[in-house]
Design a protein around this ligand. Structure first.
Ligand code: EPZ
Length: 430
C-alpha cells in the first residue's frame, strides 16, 4: 500500500487549481440512468470513487466515454459522457457497492426508470453506521414496495411512482438526492421538506432541470418536483469541490503561507471562512477564486460545531482540528453529523497534539509544535487531517493507507509540492 512522506516546516505559497467535486460528480453520474439520451459531465475529477461508480454504471448498461485528459492536456477536469440507452441490469452487486456507499444513489433512478432495483445494502464505514432508512422510507412514500433480504434492498414499483409530500425527519444529503431523482419521473407533484441544501444537491437539481425536470425551490430546504414522462440528455459542468478547496485553505493557514484557490466559490465556504478568520487567517474572494493567507498573524483557538449546510461542513472537521492543535489557546470541536468521526484524534495525539474527547466533542489545547511520526489513515478526511499536521510538524511524517486519500483528492502530493510542500508518495513495490 502506498504511503505519503511529509517533511514539515515549509510555508505554502502559490495557487492551486480546485478540481470538480466528488460529492457532486457521483449523484450526477447516477442521474444518467434517468434518460436514454447522453448526459455529458465536464470538470470531472480524477478520483478512485469516480472510477468505481463508472464501473457500476457500466454493468447497468450505461455506455461511458471519457475524453482522457482535459482540454489543453491539463488536469483541469475531464469530460464524461454517459448514455443509458438501454438498462441491461437493475442489480447493483455487493462487490461493487461495498467499495463505495454512494452506489446506493442508483436506487432512485433505477426505480423511476425501470420500476425495479436490487441494490446491495451499503455497509457502514469508519465514520459511522451510515444507514439508508431515510432513502427507503422516502421511496416507499413515492409508491415503491421495498424490502431488505439477505443484505439486498429489493425495490419494486407496480406502475409509475406517484408524487406525494415527504418530510425528512433529519437532513440527509443522499436521501434528498435519491428521492429528488426518483420524483423527477413520478406522476404528479412531490414536495420534499427538510431537504439538504448542500451545494452538491443544488448542482444535481440544476443538472436535472437541464435534463427537463421541473423543480422549484432549488437551494432551499423545500423542493417541489412536478414529474415528467421522460428526461433528455444535457451537458453540465461539475461544481468545484468546496471540501478540496477548504482543505487547501487550511494548508495555507497551518503552514503560515498564502494560497490562491482557483475556481473555489466563497459563498460555499462561508462557515469555514468565519472560523479561519476568527483563528487569525485572511480569507477572501479574489480573481474568481479564494485568497487565503496567514503570514504573521498569530493562530488562535476557535470553537467549531458541524451542521448541515450552510453550517460548518462535517467534511472539513478533521482538517480544521489539525489546524487547531497548533493554535494558541483551546478549541471545542463538536461533531453533530456522524457518530464516529474522530478517528484522526489518536493519530494526531501520536504527533504530540493535546486533545481530549467528551462524547461528540473534542477539547483541543494548542501545543507549541507537533512532531512528525508514522500515522495511520482511517478514512478520507481523517487522512487529509494527518497530511496537514505533517506539513507543520517537526521532522518526518509518514501517512499509511493512502488509498483513502485517493478516493477524494486528485493528485494531492503533486498539488502540495507545486506550492512548496516537501511531500512525496512512496509506492510499495508490487
Ligand atoms: C454525504 O454523505 C457525503 N457523501 C459525505 O461526504 C458527507 O459527509 C455527508 O453527505 C454529510 O454532508 C457524498 O455526497 C457521496 P447524509 P451521506 O445522508 O449522504 C444519517 C466525504 O468525506 N442518515 O447527509 O451519506 C447519517 O448516518 C463523505 O466526502 C440516516 O440516519 O450523508 C448521518 O449521521 C463522507 N439515515 C446523517 O444522517 C439515512 O437514510 C447525515 O448523513 C441517511 C443518513
Amino acid at each position: 500500500m502506498d504511503r505519503i512522506l511529509i517533511r514539515g516546516g515549509a510555508p505554502l505559497n502559490g495557487s492551486v487549481h480546485v478540481a470538480g467535486a466528488k460529492n457532486a460528480a457521483l449523484p450526477l453520474m447516477a442521474a444518467s440512468l434517468l434518460t436514454d439520451q447522453t448526459l455529458s459531465l465536464s470538470n470531472i475529477p480524477h478520483l478512485a470513487d469516480i472510477t468505481t461508480l463508472a464501473n457500476l454504471l457500466s454493468q447497468h448498461g450505461v455506455e461511458i466515454a471519457m475524453n482522457g485528459n482535459a482540454p489543453n492536456g491539463g488536469h483541469a477536469g475531464r469530460v464524461l459522457s454517459l448514455t443509458a440507452e438501454r438498462i441491461a441490469s437493475t442489480t447493483a452487486p455487493y462487490d461493487l457497492v461495498r467499495k463505495m456507499r454512494a452506489s446506493v444513489l442508483v436506487l432512485g433512478p433505477l426505480l423511476a426508470r425501470c420500476g425495479e432495483a436490487t441494490v446491495s445494502l451499503p455497509g457502514g464505514c469508519a465514520i459511522g453506521s451510515r444507514p439508508v432508512d431515510l432513502h427507503l422510507k422516502g421511496l416507499t412514500q413515492l409508491g415503491a414496495e421495498i424490502e431488505v433480504d439477505r443484505g439486498n434492498i429489493l425495490a419494486k414499483a407496480a406502475g409509475r411512482l406517484v408524487g406525494t409530500r415527504i418530510i425528512l425527519p433529519q437532513v440527509s444529503v443522499g436521501a434528498t438526492e435519491n428521492i429528488l431523482m426518483a420524483a423527477t419521473l413520478a406522476e404528479g407533484e412531490t414536495i420534499l421538506e427538510n431537504a439538504a441544501r448542500e451545494p452538491e444537491v443544488t448542482d444535481l437539481a440544476v443538472c436535472l432541470q437541464a435534463m427537463g425536470a421541473q423543480i422549484d425551490g432549488v437551494g432551499t430546504d423545500t423542493l417541489r418536483i412536478t414529474g415528467v414522462e421522460a428526461l433528455h440528455g444535457a451537458e453540465h459542468p461539475v461544481l468545484a469541490d468546496r471540501v478540496e478547496a477548504g482543505t487547501y485553505a487550511i494548508a495555507a493557514a497551518i503552514t503560515g503561507g498564502t494560497l490562491e484557490l482557483e475556481g473555489a466559490r466563497i459563498e460555499q465556504l462561508e462557515a469555514l471562512a468565519d472560523v479561519l478568520r476568527a483563528a487569525g487567517t485572511t480569507f477572501e474572494a479574489r480573481n474568481g477564486g479564494i485568497f487565503v493567507s496567514r503570514s504573521n498573524q498569530e493562530l488562535v483557538g476557535v470553537d467549531v460545531m458541524t451542521e448541515p449546510f450552510p453550517g460548518f461542513p462535517t467534511d472539513l472537521q478533521a482538517q480544521t482540528m489539525a489546524l487547531l492543535t497548533t493554535a494558541n489557546g483551546a478549541s471545542m470541536v463538536t461533531e453533530t453529523i456522524f457518530e464516529n468521526r474522530f478517528m484522526h484524534v489518536p493519530e494526531l495525539r501520536r504527533m504530540g497534539a493535546n486533545i481530549n474527547l467528551h462524547g461528540s466533542s473534542a477539547m483541543v489545547r494548542g501545543v507549541e509544535r507537533l512532531t512528525g511520526a508514522p500515522v495511520m489513515a482511517s478514512d478520507l478526511r481523517a487522512s487529509a487531517s494527518l497530511v496537514l499536521a505533517g506539513l507543520v510538524a517537526d521532522g518526518e511524517t509518514i501517512v499509511n493507507r493512502v488509498y483513502h486519500l485517493d478516493r477524494g483528492y486528485e493528485r494531492l502530493e503533486q498539488k502540495l509540492s507545486e506550492v512548496g510542500a516537501q511531500v512525496e508518495r512512496i509506492e510499495d513495490r508490487p
